[in-house]
Design a protein around this ligand. Structure first.
Ligand code: ADP
Ligand code: ADP
Length: 230
């Protein structure tokens, strides 16, 4: 069963052709790493999966729903598909726990006790149970990114998109965040698409690696095959 399916997808920014005839199918449970030079369209591809970028033609089917179809409820897709960006954008005036609890409360109407229990369990999983009542300004960038991941997971997504999740971090914080992503992607029912420049990490977590250049997919291979290529 596919979680994400691009069929002849074209994306333009004005006259600039950012995604050129993309065909791509990602099955449920896969962990796919997307690599390629800066400006090759990786972020555009990832962002189009939850409708942050609109495509101009083709079909993009996410968990059975065509994103290009105007009848599709994009909010439903964004509930199914969590996204973690380079910059974590936590709510600065709310503590860590509250940052995680907001979306489930508002969007899922989760009851307060369950929401809190769930949020604390997630904080524990990302190694930050003791930071629940810190404000975002009182934690490091790496910790904030782990909170951002917990915040996405609180919505119980079926799929996670990571767009260069460690690129903005100080080097000593990268491994902690990659460790959390590794843990998330190891959950067998989670589908993940990860844009990253961390090749060692890619080799460890991905079952498949896609190489993009100039808006096109140039390689799409099982991880072991990809890294055997010269
Ligand atoms: P990558 O993630 O591989 O670095 P992006 O998907 O961010 O690449 O960008 C692909 C190309 O599209 C780049 O040339 C970038 O400048 C261009 N681009 C991205 N967003 C916009 C935008 N909003 N308007 C115009 N061009 C854009
Ligand atoms: P990223 O860190 O994702 O590569 P960028 O610096 O490429 O971020 O882009 C930051 C924002 O600017 C994004 O919203 C992107 O869509 C937009 N953007 C990127 N390239 C261009 C461009 N050439 N023209 C207009 N907007 C752009």
């Amino acid at each position: 069963m596919s979680m994400i399916e691009f069929r002849k997808v074209q994306k333009y920014y004005g006259k600039f052709h950012a995604l050129k005839d993309i065909d791509l199918e990602i099955d449920k449970g896969e962990t796919v790493v997307l690599i390629g030079p800066s400006g090759s369209g990786k972020s555009t591809l990832a962002r189009s999966v939850n409708g942050l970028e609109t495509i101009q033609s083709g079909q993009l089917i996410v968990n059975g729903r065509d994103i290009a179809d105007k009848k599709t409820d994009i909010n439903r897709i964004r509930t199914d598909v969590g996204m973690v960006f380079q910059h974590f954008n936590l709510y600065a005036n709310k503590d860590v726990l509250e940052n995680i609890m907001i979306a489930p409360r508002i969007v899922l109407k989760m009851n307060e006790d369950e929401n809190k229990k769930n949020a604390m369990a997630l904080l524990d999983q990302v190694g930050l149970a003791d930071k629940a009542h810190n404000m975002p300004s009182q934690i490091s960038g790496g910790q904030a990114q782990r909170v951002a991941i917990a915040r996405s997971l609180a919505m119980k997504p079926r799929c996670m998109l990571f767009d260069e999740p460690t690129s903005a971090l100080d080097p000593e914080m990268i491994d902690d965040v990659l460790g959390v992503i590794k843990y998330v992607t190891s959950q067998s029912d989670m589908t993940s698409l990860i844009v990253t420049h961390e090749m060692g990490f890619a080799q460890e977590v991905a079952n498949r690696v896609i190489f993009m250049d100039d808006g096109q997919i140039l390689e799409d291979d099982k991880t072991d095959v990809f890294f055997k290529n010269p």
